[in-house]
Design a protein around this ligand. Sequence first.
Ligand SMILES: [Zn+2]
Ligand SMILES: [Zn+2]
Length: 176
Amino acid sequence: MRFRVSQELRQSVGSEFSMELRQRSLLLDDDAVLSDLRGSVHMLRTDRGLLATVHAGARIQGTCSRCLATVQTPIEVDFQEEFIPIVDPVSGAHISAAEAEDSFVIDADLMLDLGEALRQYALMSSPSKPLCRPDCAGLCPACGASLNEGPCSCQPPDDERWRGLAALKSENQEGS
Ligand SMILES: [Zn+2]
Ligand SMILES: [Zn+2]
């Protein structure tokens, strides 16, 4: 998600630019991936750098907090952040780090990287405990089998419905 902004930074304060955002996938953290990001970034030249306004939609692929199945959740990623260049776009002189503190920076090659900001905002708008379905039954604490498929063999099924199924299952196993 890197954009060369050397031209944009040479424009006068108040100049505006728009770019399309498209990213097939972006790793958010150890167990979440952003996919099919589509949207736009609008940039405004400020006296310090570029103010980026992002409107995008994407899907977050994570794991169900109960059964660990893969879950896709659609999310909106909307944010506004100022990006400060660490070098002057005209003279190439380094700008003091203090000035860019707490801001996203545009690197010495005048490349603006939206990746980290997108990652942070996407994580903020992602569900903290995603579920594959509202009534997900989770995993058996003893054997780790997904209980969405029915009771596992280490737990005696107490539901009439499952008792019938379990009997059928053992019959089949004996027969083979
Ligand atoms: Zn689940
Ligand atoms: Zn079990």
